[in-house]
Ligand binder design. Structure first.
Ligand code: AMP
Length: 365
């Protein structure tokens, strides 16, 4: 049903969200402002989205009967996490319209799929090679050379599922076998290390009639593979690459017949933008849009999947910046609550663990 023409869902309709993290929570906050009800399907009753949902359905992502029953109670379904089995989306799509469609998820959940897809569309990527066993990993390292990063093909996020290889690092067969096992013994990509000038992302909303809107592109800073900070507008290093990156993004969204918000991460390099990865969903580097743009990424995702017109994506002030609160950064909340310029968002997670995204702060510039 995912490619069926979309009709407008009136306020009061029920939106289903698969996944119960902070992205789902902020989608619900935007949806409820527009008068929609949201049901959440996920594994954690105390998850950030479960806490604010009209209804929470506990279930595993491979429990097809539970997913089907969930979908039957919704008017449209979306997802906030891309590591779902394709079969889950198939089951949902049989019951109810699903956006973004299953093809977007199939591409977005595998680094190999997304890089092959984007290369076919003419986009540039860091050199990469796939390995499906330890012998192929040895060959892939040989082909790509060092420095390099070995990345799990699937399920990696926030720097998890990655191993860096230093320049000149020589690995014998036993060391390669060990790295293969450390990454779980599943398919990996070996990627050449990119000496980028900056990192940025594009956030795009596409509606059912093919209309597209971009927000200003945030320049992003990662530490240990985790997003720390996003700022708009980005610097000159980023600005020069926006037209080429947008042209590629348009092709990606059109080829996927995408409905909803799509995020694409790029490295800004001397010779042009290099595609790094994409997420078929709202994205951490777009959280600043809640206060910083006329319409947030969350509202436009809801608008797109409900067949409503997209809202204006322009900046409200001259710019905005967003700082993630990771792990014990959250202990600063009393100061932040008293900081008049800080728009504080806390996700309601009980335990502050290292590397865990607990909240974020946006400031208008
Ligand atoms: P990823 O999960 O692929 O987005 O990687 C997380 C972060 O690690 C990126 O945002 C970069 O800061 C860094 N990184 C990933 N791949 C590369 C690469 N090929 N070269 C240099 N840095 C990288």
């Amino acid at each position: 049903m995912s490619d069926r023409a979309i009709s407008t869902l009136p306020p009061g309709s029920t939106i289903g969200i698969v996944g119960c993290g902070q992205l789902g929570r902020m989608l619900i906050q935007a949806a409820s402002q527009l008068g929609y009800r949201c049901h959440v399907f996920g594994q954690e009753e105390t998850g950030p989205a479960a806490q604010v949902a009209t209804k929470f359905v506990a279930g595993a992502f491979d429990d097809m009967a539970a997913l089907s029953a969930f979908a039957k109670e919704c008017d449209v379904v979306t997802y906030e996490w891309e590591n779902l089995p394709g079969s889950a989306l198939e089951v949902i799509g049989r019951e109810v319209p699903l956006h973004p469609n299953a093809r977007a998820l199939e591409i977005g959940q595998s680094r190999w799929n997304e890089k092959s897809f984007v290369s076919d569309l003419g986009g540039g990527c860091a050199p990469y090679a796939r390995a499906t066993n330890a012998q192929e990993l040895a060959a892939a390292i040989e082909t790509i050379g060092t420095p390099a990063i070995i990345k799990s093909d699937r399920m990696g996020y926030d720097g998890k599922g990655q191993i860096r290889l230093q320049a000149g690092e020589i690995l014998d067969a036993a060391a390669i076998q060990q790295k293969w096992e450390d990454l779980g013994g599943n398919d990996v990509l070996v990627e050449g290390f990119v000496n980028f000038d900056a990192e940025f992302s594009l956030l795009i909303a596409r509606s059912a009639d093919g209309g597209m809107r971009f927000w200003d592109a945030p320049q992003n800073t990662h530490e240990g593979g985790i997003l720390r900070h996003s700022i708009v507008p980005g610097g000159e290093d980023v600005a020069v690459h926006i037209p080429a990156a947008r042209a590629l993004a348009r092709k990606i969204a059109e080829r996927l017949d995408y409905i909803g918000v799509l995020a694409i991460e790029f490295f800004a390099c001397k010779d042009g933008p290099l595609f790094n990865e994409m997420a078929p969903r709202v994205h951490n580097s777009g959280h600043w849009t809640i206060e910083g743009a006329l319409t947030s990424q969350f509202e436009n995702h809801i608008r797109a999947i409900c067949g409503l017109p997209l809202g204006d994506t322009r900046l409200i002030e001259g710019g905005a910046e967003m700082q993630n609160l990771i792990g014990h950064d959250i202990d600063k909340w009393p100061d932040l609550m008293g900081d008049q310029g800080a728009h504080l968002h806390l996700y309601g997670k009980r335990e502050a663990r290292e590397g865990r995204k607990m909240g974020h702060v946006t400031r208008l510039l």
